[in-house]
Structure formats: C-alpha cells, structure tokens
Write a protein that binds this ligand. Structure first.
Ligand code: DMJ
Length: 872
C-alpha cells in the first residue's frame, strides 16, 4: 500500500472483493518479484529474497484464494525463482547453498491446489482454501459453479513445469485435462470460447468472447504450451482459435468482443485494458501487422490519459477510469521492439517510464491510478507491477550483455515468470500424443508469418512498422463520439431497409412507432414521463423483424447505460502540494452539484483549516482560521449546501467534506456527487469536494504532522514539476465572473445537472448525500423486474427518456480528414453494396424458424444481462 506505506494483509484491511483473492498471506509481492531481481542483475538481493521466502513464507494459511492468481503469481513466482536459482548455481558464484528449496515449496503449493480439480469436467473450482481445500465446512469455498475461461485455461505452463522439474506427472495431467475440456466446449461454428463456463456442466455462462478479461491468457497458454512443451496439438488449437479471432474479434485497430453464437454481432462498444497483451502474443505467433496496428491505437489512448484506462469505448472515451499499473502494454511494446527493431518502441517505453515517474511514483512505491482523468491515486501496488512491468521495461532497454543469462532460453509465463525451454525434453512421459484429425484445415494465409523466435523479422526494412502505423496516426484524436453498439456491417440484409437504430428513435415519430410494432416492440408510457420498451418476439411481423427487434433492444440497453454514465460528473482530485508531498499524493474526491465547477474554472489552491464547529452546520466560530483557506468539514448532520454556505460566509475559498463513517474509502465504496438542498444554490461560489474517511485522514494526519498543509482542488492532478518549480498560477483567486456563470447555467448540460440534483434531492429527504451510483444501479437492476411474469420468456424492457433518446452527437464519427460525418450511414450504404457481391455474409437471407430465433434470442438477452451486471 504505497500511500500508507504498509503491506496489505488480508483481513486487516477492508475487503475489496475479488481483487483480494490474490492475497493468501504468503508474501505475494516478494515471491512474485523474485526472478525480476535476477533480470535486473540484483543477484545479491535475489539471494537474500530467496532466503526470506524460505524462512518466512507459510503456505498453510486458512485463507480462501483464487486458484488462477495463486498459480500464475505464487506457483509461477516460485518456479521462476527456482529456474534462475539453478541457473545461478550452475554458474558457480551465487546460490551455491541452494538445494531446490523453492521447488519443494512449489510442489507443496501444487498439491494444495489439486483438490480444486475435483470436478467431473476437470475444470478447477475458482477458489480454494489453502489450509482446508474445497468443500469441507471449514473451507468456505467449493460451492461455486462457474469459472472464467482464463482461470481454467492458464495452468499448463506452471503445472507442466512443476511436473517436469519434479517428475510428479499429476500436475501436467490435470492442467491438460482442463484444457482438453475447454477445447471440447468451444463453440463449434465460430471456434470461439465464452468468458465464463459452468465447471460441472460445461455450459457457457457468459457467451461473449474477446481477447481481454476472462479469456486472455487461455489463448496465450495454448501458444506458449506449444513453445514450451513442443506438443503440436496446442499449436493446432491455438491456430484454430486465432483464425476465429482474426475473423470476428479483430476489427483493426480494434479488438471487439462478439457473441460466440453470433460472431458477427459485437457484444460491447468498449475494450478492456487486459487485451493490450494481445499484440505481444501476435508477435510470438509472427503476425506483426495487426500487432502494430492495435498497439498503435492503444498508445494513442495512453497518450491522451497518460495511462491506459481499465476500459475505453470504441470512440476512445474512458469507460472505466482506473488503472492499476497493468503491464500488458509494456509487454507488447517489448515484443514489438524485439520483432521490428524499430526505435519507435523505445520512445514508447520512455514515455511509459516518464509517466510512471511523473504521475504514479509516491514515497513508498508506485501507486495505482484511481482515475486516469483526475490523476488521483489508489493505495495499491499490485505484485504484477514488479513481476511484469519492471521486467518488461528493463528488458526493452537492456542490451544482451546487460542480462547475466540468455533470455532467449526461457519463456515468459503470463505473469512474466521465466521457465527454461529445456523442460520440453525433460520428463516427457505425460505428453499426450494427440492426433490431428479433429482439426480443420485452415486458410494458410493466416499462418504465413508464423515465426519460431523473436529475432528481428524485418532487418532490411526499418520502415516497415512505420508504414503500418502511419495511417493510424490520428485514429484516437480524430474520433468523434459514437457510443452505441454496432452490428457488423456485413450482417445487414441485402436490399432490406436498415433497421431502426436505437439512437435515431423518437417516441413521438409515428413512423418509428410503426417500425417498433413490426419488430414486436411495444411502448409503455410511464407516469413520470419516461417510456418503457418491451419486446415480444412472437408479436413481430416476421422472424426477420423479430431479429431486428432484438438488435434494436440491445442497442437501446447499451445506449441507455452510456447516457447514464455520461450524465455523471467525473470525480475530482485533491492534491497535496506542500512539503513533503509536493503533489505526489493525489486523492480521489467526489464533486458537488453546486458551487464552482472545477472542470470549467481554474483549480483552487490553498492551505487547509478545520472549521469550528467541525460539522460546519452553523455559523463558524473560527472565521479568522478559515478565511482565505480551504475549510475541512465533517460530513453529516445537515445538508452539504448548508455547510458550503457557512464556510463561504466565513471567507473560505473552498471546502472539503470528510466522511464521518470511519474506515470508508474510495477503494471500497462508490464515489458520489454531493447534491444540493433542493433550493437555488447559485449563491454558492466556492468549490466543494468530498473525501471518504481514509483519504480524508491522509490530509488530517498531514495537518497533525506538518501543520501547514496546502492542497490543490482540481479536475485533474497537476504536473508535479510545475508545482515544484512554483510555476503554477497561485490561484487563490477564484474565477467567479458572474456573467460567465450565468451563461454556463443556461447550457443544456448544466440544466440537466441542476434538474437531476433537484430530482434526487426531492426524492430523498435524507440529510446530506444521494449516492448517484447506487441510484443508477437500482434503475438498471430493476429492469428485468419490470417485465410481467407472463412476458418473461420472450421479453426485454428498457426505460428511455422520450426527450433524450435521440442524442444527435451520437451520429458522428470521423473521416480521415478529421471532419465528423455520419459514417454509420456511409457504412450501411457500403455494406449493402458489399453484401450484394458476397453471398456468404448475411443474417437475413436464410429465414430462420421463429423457435430457433426465440431460443437464440433468450440466450442473447441472458448474456446481455450478465454483461450489464458484470459492468456494474
Ligand atoms: C497479470 O497478473 C497477468 O498478466 C494476468 O494474466 C492478467 N493480467 C495481470 C496484470 O494485469
């Protein structure tokens, strides 16, 4: 925990949910970073670290951990450590005392994980109790039914290495069985796999498919298992999946999730950050062009936000704003540099390092980004930061002689642990002799570039990579907001009128209502002015119309959740700028729906002072203390707006409300906006921000220790160099030009904010706050309940505002000249012509029986609901 300078011990900190499943009280970071020390030529430190592990680490804790995370980080860490320990021992200088102790620990851990595989399918349970295993009453796990594909399919490297190092064949056998089962269960017509699978029945629970979260390292391990074990069956499986990925998911430079049953249908309009590993894997496969394209697109997103947000939309807006210092992009940069030798990738690496030092480095390490838009921190430095990020960035710049062993003799696991390639010829007895008969012949063009190692591929053409990047130079900057699900253009029917798009829909347009009716969609006017849409496929005029209706409903769900997101005010930043912080600590703060809007005005900078009374609910008794300062006020006992007025009257230039619920933190609770009091709040001119208790106490502790604490309230953390050099405009001055404010208040955006503030305030008489996030959650969660039971089989519903269901900006996307045009329409036109000449691509030509559409459709609705939940 780099902000509070402590280790995170499971059970001693508030639970963060699933993320904590990686923590097993087994010194995760120490083990995960063992082999990094050797790569960085810190051999002495490695020797000390190994001794520490042997002395201190206990693997027999009564803790429920993730099988996947424990495998890749701990088992992989021990095996990577062992691999390099024996390499060093052989060299004759270091580790002379080493007697396979890390390997013995790895074996002990391997046996602890084995009970997880006690399922009929052979797919492991997602979690295991290190002490009690599975299913025993004390175990507190073993009742789960689902796991993610990557969770079950990312074991073979570590398990096979363990078997081959020790001669105990059981590990490799179990990992192979799980992979065999996943392969069997692939969707046969698309050759894709879903995100989650039932470990007992093998049914796909989530049928969306991509190369990011939930699936990523399953593909990685098929290819790398071939490299490490030399078993052709893994390469054939990988190639079959790769062919499907390139056919459906790869939409250069994007990689977009699709449905496994309807792979021409995009399942999302956003991408997650984990997919950034994929260009690296493509390099390993030898398919350089798409690797360069996707990497370039990702780099442009990074340049926009300094880091890759956890998820971003197809038009490159932030979807999930956090960034836990993930290494995938650095990994791909390393592989691309190895493959192309293009110094451009060194420049990319330099930017990554500069950004880490500039924005993430804190006194006790590197802090994850809570929000890339504000630059605020989270008290978190995951073990993969040292295991992977450090390793890949170091290796990117290292010359051969900088590394004390030959890195080409090893393969990187998904956690960048090093396993020696000589394992392929050791203890091979378990290697399964697969016949190739079940593999279909693939179009060879995909495999022309398959390349067995990472020697420079284009020694004679240093401009090769540049020529691929060039057309993508402005792909992110010149993109215009779009934000709705798009059915792949090939899937439109030839000659048919394109279906009504959700974003075009107007509830007052009779023509639209007619189309809706044809598609089996009915419209219910709710009392509060909203409209609800419900589809009954059996009421559609034809099976084709029913299918159009489904697409329309999916678009509408996506559009609605996008709009709800856009209505939220983004979080703000409180940056401590005085000694000894100098801007290095950035806290995530909730905005207020009243007072100075920091996104439109200059930041506010000032020393802090506690108000008296601390709750700020009456006239301040210490106006001289808060005058010209930023007042600290405790949450509770009166409305936020009242607090703001009281400190403003005392002369404060801003206010920070600190949560009174002890232990609350933005790590564990959703941030919210402080609502007004339902009355006119135009009189409040100062900026107000909210901090949860944990973040608030960082300021309070600083005040106790240093007395004079200066902070900066802004919409985005400011550059530390500027803070240090004092170059920042000391903006004790608040820009409160009344004319300007009036203008802004009459803008539609402001109107909607004021309106929603009033709405939430009047609907909740509770003192203080309204949690916007949870109110959003309720409205989304309540959507399946709004169906009557009789409709449940074949209906979906969605609420949409009659007035706002036609956001005109959504029409726009970009052309190469950077002008925004109605590209969607162009695409539709294009696709009609394309389809005329291509008889193989159509949905609508073959009329499906209604039953099969309904069955398919129910699956889609379920999948969509799962995705919505997942997103929440
Ligand atoms: C790492 O633990 C591994 O790379 C894993 O496969 C997924 N990604 C995380 C880091 O982002």
């Amino acid at each position: 925990m780099p902000l509070t300078c402590r280790g995170r011990v499971r059970g001693q900190e508030p639970s963060r949910g699933d993320v904590d499943d990686a923590l097993g009280k087994f010194s995760l970071t120490l083990i995960d970073s063992l082999d990094t020390l050797v790569v960085l030529n810190k051999t002495k430190e490695f020797e000390d670290a190994v001794r520490k592990v042997l002395k201190d680490v206990n693997l027999d804790n009564d803790v429920v951990v993730s099988v996947f995370e424990t495998n890749i980080r701990v088992l992989g860490g021990l095996l990577g450590g062992h691999s390099l320990a024996i390499m060093l021992k052989e060299k004759g200088e270091y580790m002379q005392w080493y007697n396979d102790e890390l390997l013995q620990m790895a074996k002990q851990l391997g046996y602890k994980l084995l009970p997880a595989f006690n399922t009929t399918s052979g797919l492991p349970y997602p979690r295991i109790n290190l002490k009690f295993g599975i299913r025993k009453p004390e175990a507190r796990t073993g009742t789960e039914t689902d796991t993610c594909t990557a969770c079950a399919g990312t074991l073979i490297l570590e398990f096979a290495a363990l078997s081959r190092f020790t001669g105990a064949t059981i590990f490799e056998e179990y990992a192979r069985k799980a992979l065999d089962f996943l392969w069997e269960k692939r969707q046969r017509s698309s050759n894709l796999v879903g995100v989650t699978i039932n470990i007992h029945t093998g049914d796909w629970v989530r049928k969306d498919s991509g190369v990011g979260a939930g699936i990523d390292s399953y593909y990685e391990y098929l290819l790398k298992a071939y490299v490490l074990l030399g078993d052709d069956s893994f390469l054939e499986r990988f190639n079959t999946h790769y062919d499907a990925i390139m056919r459906y998911i790869s939409q250069p430079p994007l990689l977009l999730d699709v449905h496994i049953h309807k792979p021409m249908l995009n399942a999302r309009t956003w991408m997650d950050a984990l997919l950034a590993f994929f260009p690296g894997l493509q390099v390993l496969k030898g398919d350089i062009r798409p690797a360069i394209e996707t990497h370039e697109m990702l780099y442009q997103v990074i340049k926009k936000h300094n880091f890759l947000p956890e998820a971003f939309t197809t038009d490159f807006r932030v979807h999930w704003a956090q960034h836990p210092l993930r290494p995938e992009f650095a990994e791909s940069t390393y592989f691309l540099y190895k493959a192309t030798g293009d110094p451009y990738y060194l420049e990319v690496g330099k930017t990554l390092i500069e950004n880490l030092n500039k924005y993430a480095r804190v006194p006790c390490g590197f802090a994850a980004m809570k929000d890339v838009r504000t630059g605020s921190h989270e008290d978190r430095m995951d073990s993969f930061f040292l295991a992977e990020m450090f390793k890949y960035l170091y290796l990117l710049f290292a010359d051969k002689e900088d590394i004390i062993f030959d890195i080409e003799d090893y393969i990187f696991t998904t956690e960048a642990h090093l396993l020696p390639l000589w394992l392929s010829t050791t203890n091979q007895s378990i290697a399964k002799k697969n016949t190739t008969s079940e593999y279909t012949e693939l179009d060879d063009s995909n495999f022309d570039w398959t390349c067995p190692n990472t020697q420079i591929l284009f020694p004679n053409d240093p401009l090769y990579a540049q020529s691929i990047r060039e057309p993508l130079k402005n792909v992110v900057d010149k993109s215009c907001p779009r934000g709705i699900i798009r059915v792949r253009e090939e899937s439109f029917r030839s000659g048919a009128k394109p279906p009504l798009r959700a974003r075009d829909f107007m509830a007052t347009n009779p023509e639209h209502l007619e189309i809706l009716k044809k598609m089996g969609v009915s419209l219910i006017h709710l009392k509060d002015g909203r409209v609800q849409l419900v589809q009954h496929a059996i009421q559609a005029a034809s099976s084709i119309d029913a299918e159009d209706g489904l697409r329309f409903m999916q678009e509408m769900i996506e559009l609605s959740s996008q709009q709800q997101k856009e209505q939220q005010l983004p979080p703000r930043a409180v940056q401590i700028v005085s000694h000894p912080f100098f801007g290095r600590v950035v806290l995530t703060a909730g905005p207020a729906q009243f007072g100075l809007d920091l996104s439109k005005h200059k930041e506010t900078r000032g020393f802090v002072a506690s108000s008296k009374p601390y709750n700020g609910c009456s006239e301040l008794t210490n106006p001289e203390a808060v005058m010209g300062k930023i007042a600290l006020i405790q949450r509770g006992q009166c409305m936020f707006a009242e607090k703001a007025r009281n400190i403003q009257n005392a002369g404060a230039i801003g206010g920070i409300v600190i949560d009174d619920n002890e232990g609350s933190s933005s790590d564990t609770a959703p941030l919210f906006q402080m609502a007004g009091d339902g009355k006119d709040t135009d009189d409040i001119k100062i900026p107000m921000l909210f901090l949860f208790s944990k973040e608030g106490s960082i300021i309070l502790d600083a005040v106790r220790e240093y007395e004079e604490v200066e902070v900066l309230l802004s919409d985005k953390a400011k550059d530390r160099a500027a803070i240090l050099k004092g170059k920042m405009i000391p903006s004790y001055i608040i820009n409160s030009n009344p004319e300007m404010e009036n203008e802004e208040q009459s803008s539609p955006e402001n109107d909607s904010q004021n309106q929603s503030a009033e709405q939430v305030s009047s609907s909740s008489q509770e003192v203080d706050s309204v949690d916007q996030e949870s109110s959003e959650e309720n409205s989304l969660n309540s959507y399946p309940e709004s169906l009557s039971p009789a409709d449940m089989d074949n209906a979906a519903s969605i609420s949409a505002s009659e007035q706002t269901s036609n956001p005109t900006e959504n029409h726009e996307t970009t052309n190469l000249n950077g002008e925004c045009t109605d590209l969607d329409n162009q695409l539709q036109e294009q696709s009609e012509t394309e389809e005329d000449s291509n008889p193989n691509v159509s949905w609508g030509k073959k009329v499906q029986p209604i039953d099969s559409i309904l069955a398919d459709w129910n699956e889609d609705i379920e999948a969509f609901e799962m995705m919505e939940k997942d997103e929440l």
